[in-house]
Design a protein around this ligand. Sequence first.
Ligand SMILES: [Zn+2]
Length: 265
Amino acid sequence: MSRAVPILMYHAVGPHPAKAAYGLSVSPEAFAGQMEVLGERGFTPLTTAELAAAWRSGGPLPRRPVLITFDDGYEGVHRYALPVLAKHGFAATLFVSTGWLRGAYEEGGALDTMLDWEQVRELAAAGTEIGGHTHTHPQMDQLDDARLAFESVRCRDVIEAETGRAPVSFAYPYGYSSRRVRRAVRAAGFAQALAVGNALARRRQGPYALERVTVRRSTGIEEFARLAEGRGIGRSFAADRVLTKGYALVRRTRRAGASLVRTRT
Ligand SMILES: [Zn+2]
């Protein structure tokens, strides 16, 4: 049971996402086409909890398992993705930043129009797992211990209050984690968490560092099929790797107190 599983990472789904959300968005037509590809090729979408449970117990996985995940909680996931998922009978996971969603817990800062809690409940009722993605979407590895605990626990509590179910899966904003971050997420009651490595997920990565593959506006249907099949992933994200390394360097320099680095990220 050590086979590799593609975990697809989506953000906004919509025809005209806000500029800040555009690059990592997909159009409704592209999303529908991508789900067709998964269906045609015999993939079986699972929730994050289902994959983690199978890997924890050594239980069986279906032929060609895949995970469909959405980060942040954009309204288009309800409006455009849910009908497509329902048509195929596909499971998915939605990772919400609870302070970004519209309603009683809203703190502002979201990049685009977000879901409200009624829509989240409708997604949950349709079989979408609701997972956590912090409260205010910070870079978790930059937080002190108290704030780190708050971001994990508050997110968990709000989801439980609004859906009636405590979330068990988590996704790190920006994919950043560290041993300290993973420990805080675990202490808040999450049993597994997803990163972003642009690689297939494997059991040996451990339940708190499962890798995902980014799907974005520029992902063509041929490239999507390759990613789902696990072929040529390194090639697709070679440029991103350079960017990520550059960004990590900027962050390290900032932390060291250098004030000369003003690179926009
Ligand atoms: Zn996010």
